[in-house]
Design a protein around this ligand. Structure first.
Ligand code: AMP
Length: 421
């Protein structure tokens, strides 16, 4: 039915019949993270707009075109967070987390916001999960971080994905790379879109990331970062690849991977599922060794990745994986007659106090209607309370799977239900 106030374009409602799938993803994600020693961090949904402009980059699509920016009543500029890394790094710096010793392993999940054209797998409000390791530049950490992503997908039962990795090179080596880009793109200046002409001057790397077909055609033969790595960066990358091979995580090197955010400096990777159509990247991430300093902290290397639950669910659908089970009550209370109806809410409360999930619907009075509701809810038992039972001080417990029914004292019924919940 249409409403006067429909939800904003690019957003969606997660209905009760689906919400258990989201819960399942949250549970599996946190469980896999915990196996690697990641602890959850929860940051605000809005941050100062500057944070993203400086870190994600003011010539990136996200900042240039997709950010929800607003001013509060005192005229301060904020943005609904378009991504999770800059806020986590901001929190790391602001809370002096470098003092805790060792690299910080942080994971997060929650809604992110980008104003983009909505399509399958792309929304204006989407639910991202991700993680960061801040304070280590070890290639073993790169491999481990990628290993979390691989293990997450495997734990969910997904097999139809592909890991692609690349190395972008630290900013010092980026200079040579950027010069090569400028040299390559300048003769094609007229074929580029207006944004890319600006990028040619301000941020040549972004030229590789334009989605406009004309620019893509030019970028196809552009120099690749892998050819411009310093010997140290090359060694780092080779060690990461060696670890991945020994960890039995299949991957391909794709020198065309560039990430859409400015802060990436080293290993970059994407996990793609080609069956998802245009929005096929399940997870994307990489190393950002300059970001902590940029956000105002003491220079610290970092690496992380993020993915969206929406695309994960699409991938699960592709592989016909149910992802969790809907919640169902253990028992439905069926009250027959006025006296039983008067006693039923207190009975239901006692059962819940004991730890059982109980359903009781006072709007249904006939045996038939109540039994039908029990069936529909998926309850395994019906606890029937009629005048007879009330008079005797017992309850009738019916097993809805095999139809067997027995008269029990309330305490016995609770014990049996707890045993079979
Ligand atoms: P990014 O922060 O752009 O590197 O994106 C990381 C991951 O977040 C992507 O691979 C997607 O799984 C997810 N994602 C990013 N943008 C959206 C969006 N607009 N809608 C749904 N998922 C998204």
């Amino acid at each position: 039915m249409s409403t006067t106030y429909p939800r904003p374009r690019g957003t969606y409602d997660i209905l009760p019949e689906d919400s258990h799938r989201w819960r399942h993803l949250e549970d599996v994600f946190l469980d896999v993270c915990a196996r690697f020693g990641f602890r959850r961090i929860i940051t605000p949904i809005f941050e100062s707009a500057d944070l993203f402009e400086r870190s994600v980059g003011d010539t990136s699509d996200i900042v240039e075109k997709e950010m929800y920016v607003f001013s509060d009543r005192k005229g301060r500029r904020f943005a609904l967070r378009p991504e999770g890394t800059a806020p986590v790094v901001r929190a790391y710096v602001e809370n002096d987390m470098h003092m805790q010793g060792g690299a910080a392993r942080l994971c997060y999940m929650g809604p992110m916001f980008r104003y983009d054209r909505p399509q399958k797998g792309r929304y204006r409000q989407f639910y991202q999960y991700g993680l960061e390791v801040i304070g280590s530049n070890s290639p073993a950490i790169d491999a481990e971080v990628i290993g979390v992503a691989g293990l997450l997908l495997c734990t969910l039962g997904l097999v139809g994905w592909k890991l692609e990795i690349n190395a972008l090179g630290a900013p010092t080596t980026g200079d040579a790379f950027e010069r090569a880009l400028v040299e390559y793109f300048t003769p094609h200046r007229d074929e580029l879109c207006e944004d890319c002409r600006t990028r040619l001057e301000k941020n040549p790397r972004r030229l590789l990331d334009c989605k406009i077909p004309g620019c893509r055609a030019v970028a196809k033969d552009a120099p690749v970062g892998l050819d411009y790595l310093s010997p140290e960066d090359r060694e780092h990358f080779d060690i990461v690849c060696g670890h991945l091979t020994r960890m039995d995580i299949p991957f391909v090197v794709n020198p065309r991977i560039v990430r859409g955010l400015d802060y990436y400096t080293g290993t970059a990777f994407e996990i793609v599922d080609d069956r998802l159509g245009a929005q096929s990247t399940l997870i994307g991430g990489g190393r950002y060794n300059g970001l902590v300093g940029q956000v105002g902290g003491k220079d610290q290397p970092g690496i992380g990745w993020a993915g969206g639950f929406e695309r994960l669910l699409l991938a699960l659908d592709e592989e016909h994986i149910a992802a969790g089970e809907p919640l169902r009550p253990v028992v439905t209370v069926v009250a027959l007659g006025l006296q039983a109806a008067a006693a039923a809410p207190a009975l239901a409360q006692r059962l819940r106090l004991a730890g059982l999930a109980v359903e009781y619907d006072p709007d249904k009075t006939s045996m038939k209607a109540q039994m039908k509701a029990a069936d529909k809810s998926g309850a395994r038992y019906a606890l029937i309370l009629g005048d007879d039972e009330l008079a005797k001080g017992v309850v009738a417990l019916r097993n809805l799977t095999d139809g067997a029914q027995q008269e029990l004292a309330e305490m016995q019924a609770i014990a049996l239900l707890l045993e079979n919940k």
